[in-house]
Design a protein around this ligand. Structure first.
Ligand SMILES: *Cc1c(COP(=O)(O)O)cnc(C)c1O
Length: 329
């Protein structure tokens, strides 16, 4: 299905484990001179959790307003030297499943000497659509959690464009073992269980149908939003992963009105990455640069209901609530 050389995809017990395994393989545990892990503030907490498990202190950088993720050219050129020199790893994130291209990050790695791991948690579809652009020397950690498009319950993998890192990633997810039962590297037990692997095989059997069904739900959303004159506010696959339906409000006030309208109609919604990592109690004291774009975008990008069994009439109810929220002023 993926048409990659054998050994290029290493299964893991979760997306978080896949991240830890990738970080240990490319950079090892943090050392005193380079304690920081450069990452976007706009991400799910797992990015920071994984870096801390490898001994790093997350340093939060701002995102680009168009790509919604880190901008490697800006960071290499403009981030304070005293910060860059203390970074032991950089972890760009594929926001809402928009895959992160390898080329600019290879250039960042070359220029700065900082090893890179891509948190491509929800980017399975995008990555395997165009592997030549999104797989390469830099490992891509993915999640197969139930909330992602391809799901095994809990699960994940590390995808590699070249087999060069296959042994070190496999070892870092399996007690430091490779062939012999001797531990030779930093590691965790991050293996995918046989049970989850079996669920994954069943999921792959139904994958084409699942993806087609999710895309049909997105098409129904698009039709109804178009009829309501609201198209410009929304993102669906293939622009984001097909498990997401996103409403990109024009202002924080409008976002609050949309949320209130959804609540009145008893429709759930989610800020998938909260208001950024710095808003979590445990991460409130992290070092960060100015986070203007994160502060601006995070409260305006609302996750809407999206599932294979979302009916046309349910979508009509959601669109009616959205229409009220978006038109009030
Ligand atoms: C889902 C997700 C993860 C974590 O994956 P798990 O499988 O839940 O461990 C990491 N990063 C991002 C951006 C995610 O969306």
């Amino acid at each position: 299905m993926l048409l990659l050389p054998e050994g290029s995809v290493i299964s893991a017990s979760s997306g978080t484990a896949a991240l830890i395994g990738s970080m240990l393989a490319v950079a090892g545990r943090a050392v005193e001179q380079r304690p920081l892990a450069l990452m976007p503030a706009y991400t799910f907490v797992a990015t920071a959790v994984a870096a801390q498990q490898c001994g790093y202190h997350p340093f939060l950088a701002d995102i680009n307003p168009v790509s919604w993720t880190l901008d490697p050219e800006r960071l290499a050129a403009e981030l304070d030297r005293s910060i860059l020199e203390r970074c032991g790893i950089a972890v760009p994130v594929a926001p809402l499943g928009r895959p992160v291209p390898q080329a600019p990050w290879l250039e960042f790695q070359r220029k700065t000497g900082i090893p890179v791991v891509i948190d491509g948690a929800a980017s399975f579809e995008g990555v395997f659509q165009t592997p030549e652009q999104f797989l390469g020397e830099i490992p891509v950690a993915m999640s197969f959690h139930a909330t992602k498009a391809l799901a095994t319950g809990e699960g994940g993998c590390v995808a590699l464009g070249t087999p060069r890192l296959a042994v070190s990633v496999t070892r870092s997810l399996n007690f430091g073992f490779h062939e012999a039962r001797e531990s030779t590297s930093p590691s965790i037990n991050g293996k995918m269980s046989e049970y989850h692997a079996a669920v994954g095989l069943a999921e792959l059997d139904g994958w084409t149908e699942k993806q087609t069904t999710l895309r049909a739900v997105a098409t129904e959303y698009r039709h109804q939003l178009f009829s309501a004159g609201l198209s410009k506010y929304f993102y669906f696959a293939p622009d984001v992963s097909s498990n997401y339906a996103l409403c990109h409000c024009a202002s924080p006030d409008q976002a609050l009105r949309v949320q209130a309208a959804l609540q009145r109609s008893r429709i759930d919604y989610r800020l998938w990455y909260g208001k950024g990592l710095q808003h979590h109690a445990y991460y409130a004291d992290l070092e960060h640069e100015s986070l203007v774009v994160t502060h601006d975008l995070a409260p305006r990008l609302l996750g809407l209901p999206m599932s294979m069994d979302l009916t046309e009439s349910a979508i009509t109810g959601i669109v009616a609530a959205l229409s009220t929220g978006l038109s009030e002023s």
